[in-house]
Design a protein around this ligand. Structure first.
Ligand code: ADP
Ligand code: ZN
Ligand code: ZN
Length: 740
């Protein structure tokens, strides 16, 4: 055998976006100026292209033959972007989620830094008319309609308008504005990306009630030790107030605070409360930012200039040199789990991060996940309950409405309609909840019984009456409503079941004098639409709200005195083992929108199964009792959190290919030590065809987490080499949120 001279000198081990579960070895750049520190970005040759990667480790030799090693092109950062603790967290995440390091590290970077942009706080471009520009008459633009349009837009923003806003409101504005600028009619300035905090906080902290005080004390007891606390407090019990006062202590100690919120939980109301309490820069990290805004907020956090960072899931990876406390609000929310690519749980990673930083973490919810509740009951988390509503507000009364044999008007039972009228007459607002958008789940042919199927999914197409279209909620396919049944030619096509659009239409007919506002993903698609609809509700112009789970999060409707849950039965009969938990959380969260302030609320839940034991527990007792009973069911069924799951999914256009790959994967697993692990499947996914691809899955279940991960450690790299795997798209999901 040939003996290669071993490479001496440092070898850079770099994470590069790629589906492979490994790092890539490089020699230092030929003209290296400074030392190398893990966490720096490097530009490297990769195949025939160049890539930005992150230095993860420095080794003194490489397994790669010396003549195959290439030098990195250059270091992109002088300082590492991630500190050692964050680097260690990211490496842990690669191992725990068995995901390619290149994709894990990339997820942690703002998009701008995945390219070659420089890290560092930057301003955000703002444009406005110059003094000459403001004096112009429209005559100047006679031959330039585009310039005129942009001129009008700029007139609407005398204080200046951000590039992000221009992106949203004016297509290809850059060349147009360039011409205006050449003429001296507009000017541009860079403004700090974080709004200037007020000189003085507008609000002062109210005195806490005893349970709140206990919670704040518990959080602040050991600021430099790891401690996880679960705050279980009904909506309105003053959890946010507890966060604010705990944060205050941590800031006073000179530390930074990270607040994680669900995707649509970051409401203007929450933000206002933070802004009014702290006159400090607050960095926001959410999906509505453009690349520059995100980079700017991220850089402010990383440089310690933003003491408070509020963000969604991926903000858990934000570098914060003085991190002293993490808060995960609405910790039960499914949006903390990423459902594609690197399928991490922002909440779970946050707990690990707190442990590594030796700091407290607070998980808060009115409806804790069964996982967190289990951890609390087992003593791993400190459990704090806030059972009472803060201030004077009282709990809403919840009743089940047995709709069996009741006359129904478009999904609205007679008793519900009567109660609605009573609350409207008394000056209250009514909120109706139905987790199904569109007019009706499908169209049915009355003559032959055929229904509208999506051609690419095993699913019905949803009927939209107003736009006259059929839409698939799973792949986005759309087509016009067929004029007649494609199977028998009949003209008698009827909508079956109700969606929010249909309820809205029915309400407009039943309550012609009353403003109806619909809030769902369809009605809020346009930028600014949600704010406009919410304003209608808050002004009192809209008095009946109908909406989907978008209504369940964060918004407060102080004048809502009646909440109607139109269909609670959906969640009770789903194939997903978490469906019951989700339904209960939704019901309680929606119920929590009502009866704040001085107006007690009533909640009516329409159901065909009023004797369902868990539903009764939820209504007659509360979520806490429901959750404990649901946990016992999980224990009996050996489902999480009493066992641990990993799901190997595969999909392909070909029907057989996913099953073939998964069968081979299963055989590989069987050849590894797998005692204590059940291999379930492969089986077709509950919705086998989606967007034209056939999907299948293999479930791994183990009582012991370590046993499962020992197998995954050996198994995941093997899967990369399986030949049949090249014919499918596959992914490994550790702690899957949904078994679909
Ligand atoms: P949660 O986050 O649990 O829904 P909040 O913190 O938003 O509860 O509190 C609900 C309402 O009660 C808010 O209007 C808040 O300002 C008020 N509140 C909270 N704690 C107190 C307190 N100790 N004294 C007076 N009002 C309070
Ligand atoms: Zn037909
Ligand atoms: Zn479809």
């Amino acid at each position: 055998m040939l003996d290669f001279p071993s490479m001496s000198g440092p070898i850079l081990r770099i994470a590069i976006p790629s589906p492979l579960r490994r790092l890539f070895d490089y020699l230092p750049p030929l003209r290296a100026e400074a030392g190398f520190i893990p966490g720096q970005r490097f530009l490297v040759p990769f195949g025939r292209s160049r890539q930005v990667g992150i230095l993860v480790a420095i080794a003194d030799h490489s397994e790669v033959p010396a003549d195959k090693l290439r030098p990195a092109l250059k270091a992109l950062d002088r300082e590492p972007l991630f500190d050692p603790t964050l680097m260690a967290l990211l490496r842990w995440a690669c191992d725990y989620y068995h995901h390619p390091p290149g994709e894990v590290f990339t997820t942690a970077l703002p998009v701008a830094l995945r390219q070659q942009r420089e890290a560092g706080a930057r301003g955000i471009e703002h444009w406005r008319l110059s003094a000459t520009g403001r004096a112009l008459s429209r005559e100047e633009f006679r031959r330039a309609p585009k310039q005129l349009a942009l001129f009008h837009l700029l007139e609407e923003y005398p204080q200046g308008v951000s590039a992000a806003r221009l992106d949203a409101e004016f297509e290809s504005w850059r060349p147009v504005i360039k011409r205006l600028r050449e003429k001296g009619w507009v000017e541009v300035e860079e403004r700090p990306c974080l709004p200037e905090p007020a000189a003085q906080p507008a609000d002062t902290a109210p005195p806490l009630n005893p349970t709140q005080q206990q919670a704040v004390t518990a959080i602040g007891e050991h600021l430099h030790e790891f401690q996880a606390l679960l705050i279980e407090g009904v909506t309105g019990s003053g959890k946010t107030e507890v966060y604010l006062q705990a944060i205050d202590k941590v800031l006073a100690a000179g530390c930074q605070v990270l607040v994680l919120v669900p995707e649509i939980g970051l409401t203007p109301q929450l933000l206002e409360r933070f802004r009014h309490r702290f006159s400090l820069p607050i960095a926001l990290l959410h999906s509505g930012l453009n690349d520059s805004e995100r980079l700017c907020a991220w850089s402010m956090a990383r440089e310690g200039l933003a003491p408070i960072v509020i963000g969604t899931r991926s903000a858990v990876f934000t570098p914060m040199p003085k991190l002293g406390l993490i808060i995960v609000d609405e910790e039960h929310d499914a949006s903390f789990k990423q459902q594609e690519g690197f399928r991490y749980s922002g909440r779970d990673v946050a707990v690990v991060r707190a442990r590594r930083h030796n700091i407290p973490i607070v998980l808060g919810s009115a409806t804790p996940s069964l996982e967190s509740l289990h951890n609390a009951l087992a003593g791993r988390y400190r459990h704090l309950a806030l059972p009472e509503r803060a201030g004077t507000a009282v709990h809403p009364a919840i009743h089940l409405l047995d709709v069996r044999q009741q006359p129904m008007e478009e999904g609205l039972s007679a008793p519900l309609l009567k109660t609605m009228q009573r609350h409207l007459d008394a000056g209250g607002q009514v909120l109706l909840f139905l987790n199904r958008r569109g007019y009706a789940p499908t169209l049915l042919c009355h003559d032959c019984g055929s229904v509208s199927h999506c051609l690419r999914c095993d699913a019905h197409m949803t009927y939209y009456a107003r736009s006259g279209r059929m839409r698939c909620h799973h792949c986005g396919a759309e087509r016009p409503v067929p004029p007649q049944c494609p199977d028998c030619g009949s003209l008698d096509l009827r909508p079956v079941g109700q969606g929010t659009e249909r309820i809205e239409q029915a309400l407009n007919k039943l309550f012609p004098q009353t403003g109806v506002v619909r809030i769902d993903r369809d009605s809020t698609r346009r930028k600014g639409a949600l704010d406009a609809l919410l304003a209608e509700v808050h002004s009192g112009e809209g008095r009946i709200l109908i909406g989907t789970q978008m209504l369940a999060k964060g918004h407060h409707f102080p004048n809502v005195t009646l909440v109607g849950i139109l269909d609670a039965d959906q969640g009770l009969f789903s194939v997903d083992f978490r469906a019951g938990e989700r339904m209960a959380q939704l019901i309680v969260q929606v119920a929590g929108r009502a009866g704040r302030a001085d107006k007690p609320g009533t909640v009516l839940i329409q159901t065909h199964v009023p004797d369902h034991p868990l539903l009764r527990l939820l209504v007659e007792q509360d979520y806490a009792h429901f959750a404990r009973a649901a946990l016992e069911e999980r224990r009996a069924a050996q489902m999480p959190p009493f066992s641990h799951l990993a799901l190997l999914r595969a999909e392909a256009v070909d029907k057989q290919a996913p099953l073939t790959f998964l069968e081979e994967a299963r055989q590989l697993a069987e050849q590894l030590p797998h005692e204590g692990i059940w291999l379930l499947g492969p089986v077709p996914a509950p919705m086998e065809r989606r967007a034209g691809r056939n999907r299948a899955q293999l479930l791994l279940q183990a009582d012991d987490r370590r046993t499962l991960h020992t197998l995954l450690n050996a198994w995941a790299p093997q899967l990369e080499g399986v030949k049949s795997g090249r014919k499918v798209r596959w992914s490994l999901d550790v702690d899957p949120g949904e078994l679909f």
